[in-house]
Write a protein that binds this ligand. Structure first.
Ligand SMILES: [Zn+2]
Length: 218
């Protein structure tokens, strides 16, 4: 299957789409966020270094992420059916990835951008609730996703918890940063003619159907 990059802000259901690709097509899901969390949990010199960076409120820099990606691809001997998730998030990373991929003779076939307007993303992100008992998820801003009784799980009557610690202010900030950093990345892939924009307000089934159509090799 084609190699993909997934670009989307919070609240678009990107994670769900990646899960579907893994379940249905055996995709190799490369999420740099998970990679970093995993590396931190290892308790070696490298994890200490990462911990220091994150504790000081900085982002892990592009070179370190690139090295981790390189190691991961080599260790798992990957060249096809790859989905990159959460990377590249700026133009510098896109150029890094391009270089790495050409060294390894791996082609990025398609970049999928799940586009969502800010108001919608805000509702999806801040409205989320989940049941700590049966893991069912809800959203208070959507009629069909709302719990029948406020803050109570329909299935098991457990008190619901909020999924996100975000406030409107942090959401705004993150969303604006995302747009600002991503715009040049989108332009870059647009020029390479491999950018596919999907309207994230569609249902997850509709979105996945569009993705399925786009990833088949023929
Ligand atoms: Zn429940």
């Amino acid at each position: 299957m084609k190699n993909l990059i997934f670009i989307a802000p919070h609240g678009t259901g990107k994670g769900t789409q990646c899960d579907l690709l893994v379940q249905k097509y055996n995709y190799n899901h490369i999420a740099t966020g998970n990679m970093i969390r995993e590396a931190i949990s290892k308790n070696d010199d490298f994890s200490d270094k990462l911990k220091n960076i994150i504790d000081s409120g900085k982002l892990v820099d592009d070179d370190i992420i690139l090295k981790m990606l390189n190691n991961y691809l080599e260790k798992n001997n990957l060249s096809t059916s790859i989905v990159f998730d959460g990377y590249p998030r700026n133009l510098n990373q896109a150029l890094d990835l391009e270089k790495l991929m050409s060294q390894k003779r791996i082609k990025i076939d398609l970049v999928i951008y799940l586009k969502i307007d800010k108001e919608e993303a805000l509702k999806r992100t801040l409205g989320r609730q989940f049941c700590p008992n049966c893991q069912r998820s809800y959203n208070i801003y959507y009629q069909d996703l709302k719990p029948k009784q406020e803050n109570i799980c329909d299935v098991c009557n457990t008190n619901l918890e909020n999924r996100s610690d975000d406030t409107k202010e942090t959401f705004d900030k993150l969303f604006n940063v995302f747009l600002k950093e991503t715009e040049p990345v989108l332009r870059y892939y647009q020029e390479k003619n491999i950018l596919k924009i999907i309207d994230a307000s569609k249902s997850k089934e509709e979105i996945f159907a569009i993705i399925e159509e786009s990833i088949s090799d023929n």
